[in-house]
Structure formats: C-alpha cells, structure tokens
Design a protein around this ligand. Structure first.
Ligand SMILES: [Zn+2]
Length: 553
C-alpha cells in the first residue's frame, strides 16, 4: 500500500510498526504511547496492513530493509519525519527549515586565541560538529563559518603581559586550535575569518549604525550602541532591561557611558592597544572593534559573499554567550540590516569538572592537547560527549572517559567483525533487519533536537544484537556495515587506527618471515609460538591468499 508523500506534509509525524499499530487499533495502546514518548507527534495508523511500508521521505539507507522491517516483526520503532531543533529565540523545539534549501548558513562563535582552548570550549565545538554533520547527513548543503577572535580585551592583555605584538602572541594559539580541532576530528569550517583581518567590514558596520542613528560617540571618543533605540533588545535572553545589573560585561566596561546599558561598538585607541598593535584608523576615530561587533560584521560579510543574504539559518555557541554577546550581535546586525539576523539560535551547555563549570578562571581546566598527550583516543572523547544531550551539563570524570573508551573499543571490534564477514552477495538476513531498525532509531533520535545519547543507545544495541546475530551466522553484514558507515559520518566514534613505528614494523616483518619459513618446513609449533609472540606485542595476523596480513589491536 503506497503512502502518498502528501501524508508527510505536516511534521512531526511518526512511523510505527504494525505491531504498535495493531495495539492502537484495538485500543490497547494510545497513539502517544506508540510514539514512544514523543511530544506533539502525529501517528499514522491505517485500517489494515503495514503502517508505513514506504521509507519516510528523506530517509536513506533503509530501502531494502523497509519491507522486512514492517512484516510482522515484534519490535516497535518510531521515526519522525523532520529535523527539529530547540531554538533559544522561541524556547521551543521547532521543525527546522532553512531559508533557501538545500543551503544552510551556519555561524558558530570561534575561540578567543589568547590561550589554548580548554575541553569545555571543545564541548561546544563538538556539539556544533554534530549539528553540522547531521545537517549534511539530512541532505543539506551547509556553509559553515567560524570566526577567530584575535583582538579583544583578553588577547590585548595577554599579548601585553607576554611583551609581544598581538599577532605574534595569537599566531601559535591559532595553530594550536587547528591541531586540537583535527585531533578531535572536528570537520573544518568553510571559512575562518579573523577579526584583525576583517576590520574594514567592522568599520562599515559602525558607519551604518551611526547613519541609522542607533550608535553615537561617547565623551570618551568611543562609539556606543544605544539600546533605547532598539526596542526588541533583550528578546533572545528574555532580559528585563530594567533589571540589568552592574557586573555584566556591558556595565563593567571601563568606558564611561551616558546609559549604563549601552555597549561599545568601537573602542577609542588607548596606549596599551597601540603598544601591541591593536589599533586601526576609522572615519569616526582611531580605535579597535568591540568583541560583539566583530561577530556581527564577520558573519554578515561572509554570508553576503557566499550566499547573498543578511540572515543566517543557524547561529550557535555556548550558553554563556546568550547574554550579552549574542544579544548584542542581534541588536547590531538587525539595526543595520532591518532583517532578522539568525532564524535558529542553538546553545550548548557547560562541561563541569567536579561539579563546577570548567574555566581558566577556576583553574580546573583541561586542554584538548592534555588529553592527546595522555594518549586518549579522540573517539572516546566524542562518544563521552555524545552520551549527554548538548543542552544538559556534562560531568567530565576519568571514570566516564574510561567507560567511553571501552565503548569505542567494543564498537571497533564489532565493525571489524562486520567488515570481515563475507557479504555472500545477499542482503537479506537478521543483520539487514537490525541495521534497518538501527537507522530508523538513529535518525529519529537525532531528528529530535540532536538526541545523541539516544542515537548512541541504538548504536550499542546494534553492536549487542549484531554480535549475537554474527555468532548465529546471520546474513546481511554488508548492509550493517553500510548503516554503520553512514552513522559514523555523523558520530565518528570508531577507534583511531593504531600505527606502528619503523622499528616495530621491521620487527613484525622479520617475525612474519620467520613464521612463513617455519610453516613451509611444517614446524607448526614454532609458527604458533611466533603468532603468540606477535600477539604479545598487540599484533594480530591473518593468513590470506595474498600472504600474511597484520594489524595492531
Ligand atoms: Zn561571537
């Protein structure tokens, strides 16, 4: 029974198996329960036959599994039709749709390169990596921009303390950030605009705001944004402007202001700025950009260049940026363009260490390179982070990291097993069915505001049941491998391949040659002894028609 595509027009809709549908028809299960706890979901239940036998639109990889999947199997599965994301702007999970599909413009606030980024910062960057990869998995063409804040109060202070020019101080930290990004397998952004290289765009934005009368020059020579001229100020952070406390970044700024809520767009050059080379000429006076202005100018410049638009589809960052940074970005951008700045605002929660937010200020911070130097597999860090939803605080402990590392190893073993299993050219079998069930659940989980913990649970269920199926000589390993490969394009948590140094490689080659010689002379006892010797150093061997292959385990 083909299902017309129009039935899927109003998201979110769930697909349930016929077992669940039968129970709903008999009144033994409510549609809401069949939906497995999904909020405001619509369940399609037909009078007879399978519930949905066509793959949901946009779902890939379950074409062959679909018929099997719904042929009277005894499990319940639910698959929402569209990606829904929690939008900080509306405080709701909303169906996601970009302005000009399939293009999605994504801007994420990048690191301030005054020091090494700690893993709390990287939790945010990893959540953004998950978002970026899942958008791509969902068929979107993502243009991702991440800025590098290489001039602001902190970078200037740090450069001055080190007795260096600004670019001299920040350059090694920019390099370190890229190294850490690669270690953690974060997909590089399409553009990394640097604040110091985008000053002309910042100057133009300030001019635009001055022309529109929402910016003014203070007595101190700096340019400020007049919040009173922007009535929707505070919409993102739900801030009651009357309650704004001194101590927030805007109020604790050193410059005098005629309104304590106004924030600096352009700060008049001080001797300290000149000393490190952080001052530029502008028609409204020599100075340097405020941090908030930088992001507005760089994002508008980049999306204008790439996509001729002034509205971002998604803007993301850590929760600590909601106020004042993102609030100020909205004010500056919308006051200048008259258009919405970003349609979706996504914010990732903190990483805690011993119950306290990790920060350089509290001295409880750990950098990505600390983990790398300790030999921690990046896959374990990724899995650990995926196991907590991005909107929940995550406690980082050695125990949790060790558990994630064990999970990564288990997954790697299963993947190797599936890879080794001959496909027999046949796609049907228990593993096909498990793979189809997994992909539906995987997609349902991530469509639900990037519910990675649920996606990981489905992944490890596949590992568990898949191992049992392989023990029972089930077929369909090639399909299971395809499903794993697609999921890994998003989660990317397979163990890092171990590499041998030249010395070890030479030793392995010599031992394998000695074993071949022993086998040829029928000395199997010696051959077995050499195999055990290799295993003792973590080398697994396999005899194939084209010779003996080895790998490190
Ligand atoms: Zn920013």
């Amino acid at each position: 029974m083909p299902v017309p595509a129009s039935r899927f027009a109003d998201p979110p809709i769930l697909v349930v198996t016929d077992v669940a549908a039968r129970l709903v028809r008999r009144g033994l299960l409510t549609p809401a329960d069949a939906a497995g706890g999904w909020r405001s979901a619509r369940v399609i239940v037909f009078r007879s036959g399978p519930v949905v036998c066509d793959p949901p639109p946009g779902t890939r990889g379950i074409e062959t599994g679909c018929v099997d999947l719904f042929r009277g199997r005894s499990y319940v599965s639910a698959a929402p039709m569209t990606l829904a994301l929690y939008n900080t702007l509306t405080r709701r999970v909303e169906p996601f749709a970009p302005l000009a599909p399939p293009r999605v413009t994504l801007y994420t606030c990048g690191p301030t390169v005054w020091n090494y980024a700690h893993i709390g910062n990287f939790r945010t960057f990893l959540f953004e990596d998950l978002l970026r990869r899942y958008l791509a998995y969902s068929g979107y063409d993502v243009f991702h921009i991440m800025n590098l804040t290489d001039v602001d109060d902190r970078t200037i202070k740090a450069a001055a303390a080190a007795g260096k020019r600004l670019e001299e101080h920040t350059a090694p930290f920019v390099e370190a950030f890229f190294e850490d990004r690669d270690y953690l397998r974060i997909t590089p952004a399409h553009a990394y605009p640097r604040a110091t290289q985008s000053v002309p765009a910042m100057v133009r934005l300030v001019e635009r705001l001055l022309e529109r009368g929402v910016a003014y020059k203070g007595e101190d020579g700096s340019i400020y944004f007049a919040i009173a001229k922007f009535p929707t100020y505070g919409r993102l952070s739900r801030l009651d402007t009357r309650e704004l406390k001194v101590g927030a970044r805007v109020a604790s700024d050193e410059y005098a202001k005629d309104d304590p809520r106004d924030f600096a767009l352009w700060k008049k050059a001080e001797p300290a700025d000149e000393q490190v080379g952080a001052a530029w000429d502008a028609p409204f006076g020599r100075g340097r950009p405020g941090w908030h202005l930088e992001c507005s100018a760089m994002s508008l410049e980049q999306i204008g260049k790439c996509c001729r638009t002034e509205t971002l589809d998604v803007h993301a960052g850590g929760v600590d940026l909601i106020f004042p940074h993102h609030e100020d970005e909205i004010a500056q951008s919308e006051a200048a363009t008259g258009k919405p700045f970003a349609r979706f605002w996504l914010h990732g929660e903190f990483l805690n260490v011993r119950g306290t937010k990790m920060s350089k200020r509290f001295g409880n911070f750990l950098t990505a390179r600390d983990l790398r130097d300790q030999g921690v597999d990046a896959a374990a860090v990724r899995l650990l982070f995926w196991q907590t939803h991005y909107r929940k605080a995550l406690d980082f402990t050695d125990e949790a990291l060790a558990a994630a590392a064990a999970g990564v190893r288990r997954l790697g073993e299963f993947y190797e097993r599936v890879k080794r299993e001959p496909g027999n050219g046949k796609r049907e079998g228990r593993l096909t069915e498990l793979a189809a069930k997994f992909e539906i659940e995987f997609r349902a989980a991530l469509d639900d505001d990037l519910n990675a913990p649920r996606a990981c649970a489905a992944l490890f269920e596949l590992v568990h049941e898949g191992n049992a199926a392989l023990d029972a000589k089930a077929r369909g390993a090639a399909v299971a491998r395809g499903a794993l490969d697609r999921a890994m394009a998003v989660l990317d948590v397979l163990p890092t391949a171990k590499t041998a140094d030249t010395e070890l490689e030479g030793w392995i080659g010599a031992r394998i040659a000695a074993r071949d010689k022993a086998r040829k002379s029928k000395d199997f006892k010696e051959a077995d002894r050499i195999r055990a010797e290799l295993a003792g150093r973590g080398v697994e061997i396999e005899d194939t028609p084209s010779g003996t292959k080895w790998r490190l385990v």
